[in-house]
Design a protein around this ligand. Structure first.
Ligand SMILES: CC(C)(COP(=O)(O)OP(=O)(O)OC[C@H]1O[C@@H](n2cnc3c(N)ncnc32)[C@H](O)[C@@H]1OP(=O)(O)O)[C@@H](O)C(=O)NCCC(=O)NCCS
Length: 186
């Protein structure tokens, strides 16, 4: 059993290129840009829009939520905001959480950041937090994200048929998961 406030002391996570730091108000400009980006919105299924106050309020309250882990993905050299990675929907008795990630926008896609950030989060989730399982959902047309998750060790577990209406047609939603004993690279 893991504690329900397992993410209370959220560490920064680093590799040679990235530094994941607790998401906070200082990341407003980047988050504002990310949640407004039309490509990111389509790939994450974001329908609603957010006011500046809502974004600020979200950022200001992240540190108060100890049942989830919100990181800003930043450039280890410059500190520039590159995106966010989140462990959420903690189910403490079952040592399970959900995962989501979004980068700032197409300018920073396909440079390896998503793979590297996901590996850092999984190392933390299984190595430090003691989670047993991490799950996620991804849209059938989001092939880049599926590739990243598979590279990091997530396994396709099932399909929610016609669960998303986007661009005038119905799409399947793919369920993926990784458990602590699954092989992982990185
Ligand atoms: C999904 C996301 C986090 C991935 O991060 P990224 O930094 O862009 O991805 P990476 O560079 O680490 O890896 C991309 C991989 O997908 C592959 N890829 C890219 N486009 C692809 C395509 N159209 N078809 C198949 N593979 C593709 C790349 O070749 C690479 O795999 P490889 O290393 O084996 O060559 C990022 O693109 C993103 O934030 N997208 C918008 C939000 C989003 O989709 N979030 C996930 C919601 S479930």
């Amino acid at each position: 059993m893991i504690p329900s406030d397992v993410f209370r002391e959220l560490p920064s996570l680093t590799d040679d290129r990235l530094r994941l730091v607790p998401l906070a108000e200082e990341h407003f400009d980047g988050v504002r840009r990310m949640v407004d980006d039309p490509v990111v919105r389509r790939l994450t299924g974001t329908h609603r829009t957010f006011t500046d106050d809502e974004v600020r309020q979200h950022l200001a309250t992240r540190a108060d939520h100890h049942d989830r882990a919100d990181w800003a993905i930043t450039d280890a050299g410059t500190g520039a905001f590159l995106g966010e990675a989140v462990l959420h929907e903690l189910d403490a008795p079952n040592a399970t959480a959900g995962y989501r990630i979004a980068l700032l926008g197409p300018d920073v896609f396909s440079r390896g950041y998503g793979t590297a950030a996901t590996r850092l989060v999984l190392n933390y989730a299984f190595g430090t937090a003691g989670l047993h399982r991490v799950g996620l959902e991804v849209f059938d047309f989001n092939v880049r994200a599926q590739r990243v998750y598979e590279k990091c060790g997530f396994v396709r577990e099932g399909i929610y048929r016609s669960a998303l209406y986007s661009g005038g047609i119905w799409h399947d939603v793919i369920a993926m998961g990784i458990i602590a004993s699954d092989p992982r690279s990185g």
